[in-house]
Design a protein around this ligand. Structure first.
Ligand SMILES: Cc1cc2nc3c(=O)[nH]c(=O)nc-3n(C[C@H](O)[C@H](O)[C@H](O)COP(=O)(O)OP(=O)(O)OC[C@H]3O[C@@H](n4cnc5c(N)ncnc54)[C@H](O)[C@@H]3O)c2cc1C
Length: 454
């Protein structure tokens, strides 16, 4: 079969690439076919689950701020960003009849908060320009062909496509159930490109003792059962905390915001934010811990004073008269943190209570108020590992951008081959940045591939 341009992967970047390729051809009056080959039964499975089904499809920050959230190769994606900046992405969706809304942190969503609207818009925009989207069309391999010059794309069912321009938009390795299994990484390597080692990013970090595993493996599958400690913490969400990442005992980063303890481990916006550096450090053999400050707004001295005041109030309260020390301690902790956090806090910070044996049947319990304040300011979680690609939001690493032209997304080694999206060594923070990069690099790849046919 023949198609002048073949796009492999009907994800965020592939569909945007196909649309822009077709638009460039149609605007120039050129009659040429654009075909998208997608292995899954439906296009853009991953986009469907983005933003917890709400799809945070871009972030409308200007480049200076936006680029600070791009974790690898921000300079490489700058041309793509300016070619299709966030506001243009927003206008594009609006232009195709999808109302949008910009929320806290400059994050843009469809007004409906349905990711399916984003997918439907991408698909119908492609169809409106005659793009052919073939689903259940798994590509098994790609090869450069000499005569005629171009590419042969072989499908798993044995069919072949001949094309002049090939756009590989197969994504990374994360959430393989959506179809992204790293095929493009292998093809690019086979065609002579460097691949920067990949690792999961924006993923849950697993504290030591959180899961029932004896394994020394750093990849702790999300399905590994929780330990007693994990059961105590799982389900707890904390707001307005400070989390500091310690690598080999030295602070490597710190973030303020919210975290969640889940069946995977420690995640949520702040956990995710620190996960890239944490996973990279773990993979490199470093000792990693997270230090949680539950009261970032006050100093240790102020907090110690406050804890002592609260203790004195409890002491004076007539209702406390018949309570034992441990029960009073629980009341104190209840004034300082969510109730559901107390069991894990006391289990992981045993120094907050000391037992003094005074005789056979006489043990005095001491509540150490200074230790409580210290643990509230610096509750340490040593990290055993991380949840892998099975539930990581993005893949860090990928095909090296060194061998691609930033203004066209074309390979320097294989003319006519363009890559876009997460298959490349580009990744960013949560907040709409990753989809913006997928759309922008996809658009540039599509336009460049089509222009060279004119
Ligand atoms: C749970 C989750 C939530 C997320 N939320 C957000 C968010 O709210 N905002 C944000 O900006 N980013 C978010 N992301 C990240 C974002 O979804 C990705 O960065 C983006 O989808 C990457 O786009 P892509 O086109 O490169 O790859 P993908 O969207 O992964 O698309 C690749 C496509 O290629 C297809 N494919 C792969 N191999 C083959 C083959 N051999 N033959 C044919 N087809 C193939 C796949 O089936 C897939 O459809 C989220 C990711 C996850 C997992």
């Amino acid at each position: 079969m023949k198609s002048e341009i073949v796009v492999v992967g009907a994800g965020a970047s592939g569909l945007m690439a196909a649309y822009h390729a077709a638009r460039t051809l149609v605007s120039a009056g050129k009659d040429a076919q654009v075909t998208v080959l997608e292995k899954m039964p439906r296009p853009a499975r991953k986009v469907m689950i983005t933003g917890k089904g709400r799809c945070n499809f871009t972030n409308v920050k200007a480049w200076n701020d936006f680029s600070g959230h791009v974790r690898s190769n921000p300079n490489f994606v700058k041309s793509a960003f300016y070619n299709l900046p966030p506001q243009a992405v927003l206008d594009w969706f609006e232009g195709f009849g999808m109302p949008t809304v910009v929320e806290r942190g400059d994050r843009a969503f469809p007004v409906s908060h349905h990711a399916s609207d984003v997918v439907d818009t991408l698909v119908s925009a492609c169809h409106s320009l005659g793009v052919k989207i073939e689903t259940e069309a798994e590509v098994a391999g790609v090869a450069v062909s000499e005569c005629p010059p171009g590419f042969t794309v072989t499908l798993a069912d044995g069919r072949e496509y001949k094309c002049v321009k090939l756009i590989v938009a197969t994504g990374g390795l994360s959430y393989p159930t959506t179809g992204s299994t790293g095929d493009g990484l292998r093809w690019a390597a086979d065609l002579g490109h460097k691949v920067v080692p990949t690792f999961p990013s924006l993923t849950a970090l697993v504290p030591k003792g959180y899961k029932l595993t004896e394994d020394k493996d750093l990849h702790i599958d999300r399905s590994t059962p929780l330990s007693e400690l994990g059961e105590k913490l799982c389900g707890v969400s904390l707001k307005n905390i400070q989390l500091s990442l310690q690598v080999q005992g030295t602070e490597a980063d710190a973030e303020f915001g919210d975290i969640d303890f889940t069946d995977g481990g420690l995640e949520g916006p702040v956990g995710f934010q620190l996960s890239r550096k944490a996973v990279k450090a773990l993979v490199n053999g470093a000792r990693v811990s997270l230090v949680l400050d539950l009261k970032p707004g006050v100093s240790l001295t102020e907090l110690t004073g406050r804890v002592k005041e609260l203790w004195a109030e409890i002491d004076k309260d007539p209702r406390s008269k018949r309570l034992r020390e441990k029960e009073r301690c629980r009341i104190l902790l209840g004034k300082l943190m969510p109730w559901d956090l107390i069991p894990a806090f006391t289990a992981m910070n045993p120094g907050i209570i000391t037992l003094e044996r005074r005789g056979r049947a006489d043990t005095k319990v001491w509540v150490n108020l200074v230790s409580i304040a210290k643990a509230l300011k610096a509750w340490q979680f040593d990290i055993a590992g991380y949840v892998g690609y099975e539930r990581a939001v993005v893949t860090a690493g990928g095909v090296s951008t060194d061998e691609f032209v930033a203004k066209t997304m074309e390979s320097r080694l294989v003319p006519g081959l363009h890559l876009c999206g997460e298959v490349l060594d580009i990744d960013a923070d949560t907040g709409g940045y990753n989809l913006q990069l997928a759309f922008a690099t996809g658009a540039l790849a599509g336009i460049s591939a089509a222009k060279s046919l004119l």
